[in-house]
Design a binder for this molecule. Structure first.
Ligand code: ADP
Ligand code: MG
Length: 326
């Protein structure tokens, strides 16, 4: 078995509605593979088929070398699942949640206790072991859910939006743990609508939109392929959308340095391999032509720019802590 997960023409329909439309992808052993896309893209529908919770409508899906349609039980016992919705037992303590879950995998009591202690320590939950779950913060609950998914030492850890709803600090703590698991060689499949999360954690990813795969590759490959190395952001002083002739003047000044561009309201973003050079050139030309600019900024191009280029959508996170797709 070459791949941990292999999907071919994988499709999920709900009645006449197609949530996942003939997607192909494969996850290698030891990698962290990402499904990145906005809400409604079909990420949860895809992972629910992978962990045998929701039947495959059509196509082929192999998980750890097993056909998930015929071997759902066996495959499931080898997976660690962190579903999108919190399904801890709120009335039990942190440790009890781990022990009860261990029971589902038929771990003997001694092994279960040892495993629970290791997990409590790994997830930084030792001090909370005897706290009742309903009193925990969202971040602690998430850490417990992830820890619980490790109880059976899974062949693949599946995480559906592991940090959605967490504050930036709690999110960072989760990322640290996931990075550690990755270094230890855990195969992971992670869905997210946070671009930063995908670029921080995923070795390879697919970008999903309306049930289809728009692109796949490593974050760096996707950025290089679609937008290039740098982004020069130019803010105009106009109150309304920038006139096309103004945009064209800048693009002409950039000439062959311009790989592609996007106009967002009163901002023009130009993608290029030679950010420093282009940035200086445009600044000078704008000054000569006496075009006032609100600002001009040079930054590395990101996955976010790739998503924008592919979909024409580009959204700001409500908390202002980095942009996200919603
Ligand atoms: N049980 C269901 N019945 C009908 N439609 C569903 C069901 N589950 C999901 N959908 C629809 O499928 C699409 C994809 O949903 P989902 O897989 O949850 O996306 P994501 O996880 O990327 O946000 C959405 O339009 C959603 O409304
Ligand atoms: Mg989802």
């Amino acid at each position: 078995m070459e791949f941990a997960i292999e999907a071919k023409k994988l499709t999920k329909r709900f009645g006449h509605f197609t949530a996942v439309n003939e997607i192909d992808f494969s996850v290698k052993y030891g990698e962290c593979f990402g499904l990145l896309g906005p809400n409604g893209a079909g990420k949860t529908s895809t992972v629910k088929m992978i962990y045998g919770f929701s039947p495959v409508t059509s196509g082929k899906l192999e998980v750890l070398g097993m056909d998930i349609m015929t071997n759902a039980r066996d495959a499931k016992s080898l997976l660690g699942i962190v579903s999108q919705e919190d399904n801890l037992d709120p009335e039990l303590t942190v440790r009890e949640n781990l022990l009860v879950y261990a029971g589902y995998f038929r771990l003997d009591r001694k092994t279960a206790r040892t495993r629970a202690d290791e997990i409590l320590s790994f997830m930084g939950l030792e001090d909370k072991a005897n706290d009742v779950v309903e009193n925990l913060s969202g971040g602690l609950k998430r850490r417990l859910t992830i820890g619980r998914a490790l109880i059976n030492d899974p062949g693949i850890l599946i995480l559906d939006e592991p940090t959605t709803g967490l504050d930036p600090h709690a999110r960072r703590l989760v990322w640290q743990r996931l990075r550690q698991l990755k270094e230890e060689g855990t195969t992971m499949l992670l869905t997210t609508h946070y671009l930063e999360e995908a670029s921080q954690l995923c070795d390879r990813l697919i970008i999903m939109h309306h049930g289809e795969i728009l692109e796949q590759g490593t974050p760096a490959e996707l950025v290089q392929k679609h937008v290039g190395r740098d982004a020069v952001e130019i803010g105009f002083t106009q109150k309304q959308k920038i006139p096309a002739e103004l945009v064209n003047r800048f693009l002409n000044w950039g000439g062959p340095l311009v790989k592609s561009h996007q106009v967002l309201g009163t901002d023009l973003i130009i993608f290029t391999q030679q950010g420093e050079f282009l940035s200086a050139k445009l600044r000078k030309q704008a000054a000569v032509a006496k075009i006032p600019l609100a600002y001009q900024n040079l930054r590395p191009a990101t996955l976010e720019d790739v998503f924008l280029k592919l979909t024409g959508e580009y959204l700001d996170a409500p908390d202002g802590k980095g942009r996200e797709l919603e």
